[in-house]
Design a protein around this ligand. Structure first.
Ligand SMILES: C[S@@+](CC[C@H](N)C(=O)[O-])C[C@H]1O[C@@H](n2cnc3c(N)ncnc32)[C@H](O)[C@@H]1O
Ligand code: SF4
Ligand code: SF4
Length: 300
């Protein structure tokens, strides 16, 4: 991360903590809900099948920038399926950087060619070893591995949503992240039980066991892009929600924190690590601050 970006984020953090401000810093734009997969744990794919037009995405980027957002995520649906007016995801990333976003990331299922060197991180969903990943995401594991090996940059960070199906395979994903060329890190979430996927939710004991494995893998040198100081809060689901510093925009509609804000009772069961990490940070948790500084400097 550039020193100037670090100074910007440090100032934002101090202002937020001391003045208890609720302005956002992290924004996500949903490019489309269209997707070539139909994963068992996912509730957001192919609801409308609409690819949002380039002009709309461009004005959403401007809107987020004006609101103060400097960390931008592109998400979906499948982000690499987005194209409009001859423009593709890579053009959006380049434009976002030019616009002044300090960190620009995208989230992908990894089934398309990975040629996105301008992104700070490509969060690539890998949901376990070959057997469990394919059970959740269809027969895609080998294709993803080929795409990672052929990627044009080393900015890939695995993104694993841990659930009842794949909870025993955290170690496998850590090992692949440690060994595989082009993969910089791995970041975890626990399954968030949207209606109709409740059966995949982990119990508190299972979450604790998962965190124990992640900590063990961190000690072993696996590149985990999460903060272990947040683990106890994630296990007990007692971190503050929602995250006021995060916003998501989908087809012109802005929501605080996630697209899931309107689902009754979901926030108390939230499994998204970034929510715990950001809300604890902006509530002035000193351990989180120190760990975040170290972790972000290492992987971005
Ligand atoms: C909705 S997908 C969109 C991007 C891309 N299609 C992909 O799969 O990475 C974004 C991320 O959300 C995760 N996800 C989907 N449903 C989830 C849930 N119920 N709880 C936690 N993570 C979930 C996916 O595994 C993926 O890593
Ligand atoms: S690839 Fe992503 S958007 Fe598509 S179904 Fe799977 S998790 Fe959902
Ligand atoms: S805290 Fe609530 S709105 Fe935010 S990501 Fe979690 S479930 Fe969604």
């Amino acid at each position: 991360m550039k020193l100037s970006s670090f100074i910007y984020f440090a100032k934002f953090g101090l202002n937020t903590i001391l003045l208890k401000k609720k302005t956002p810093i992290l924004g996500t734009i949903i490019l489309t809900d269209k997707c070539n997969l139909s994963c068992k744990h996912c509730s957001v794919n192919n609801i409308t099948g609409i690819i949002h037009p380039y002009d709309q995405i461009q004005s959403e980027m401007k809107q987020l920038y004006e609101m103060g957002v400097r960390i931008l995520f592109f998400c979906g649906g499948e982000t690499f399926m987005w194209n409009d007016k001859g423009k593709a995801l890579r053009d959006l990333v380049i434009e976002a950087k030019k616009m002044g976003f300090l960190i620009v990331n995208t989230v992908t299922n990894g089934t398309f060619e990975l040629d996105l060197p301008e992104a700070d991180l490509i969060l690539l969903s890998l949901d376990g070893n070959k057997e469990k990943h394919n059970e959740i995401r269809g027969d895609t594991y080998d294709l993803i591995m080929r795409n990672i090996n052929n990627a044009t940059s080393d900015n890939i960070c695995f993104y694993m949503a841990v659930n009842k199906i794949n909870k025993e395979t955290i170690k496998d994903v850590c090992m692949i992240a440690k060994e595989m060329k082009n993969v910089r890190a791995v970041s975890f979430n626990f399954h968030t039980p949207y209606p109709e996927t409740e059966e995949l939710k982990l119990s508190q004991i299972e979450k604790q066991e998962c965190c124990n494995v992640i900590i063990k893998m961190m000690r072993y040198g696996a590149p985990v892009f999460n903060l272990k100081s947040a683990f106890p809060y994630l296990v007990s689901n007692n971190f503050p929600t929602p995250c006021y510093q995060c916003v998501v925009i989908e087809n012109g509609k802005i929501s605080t924190c996630g697209r899931c804000m309107d689902i009754p009772g979901l926030c108390e069961k939230c499994g998204y690590f970034f929510v715990a990490e950001y809300t604890l940070l902006f509530n002035g948790n000193v351990k989180i601050m120190a760990e975040m500084l170290k972790t972000y400097m290492k992987y971005i």
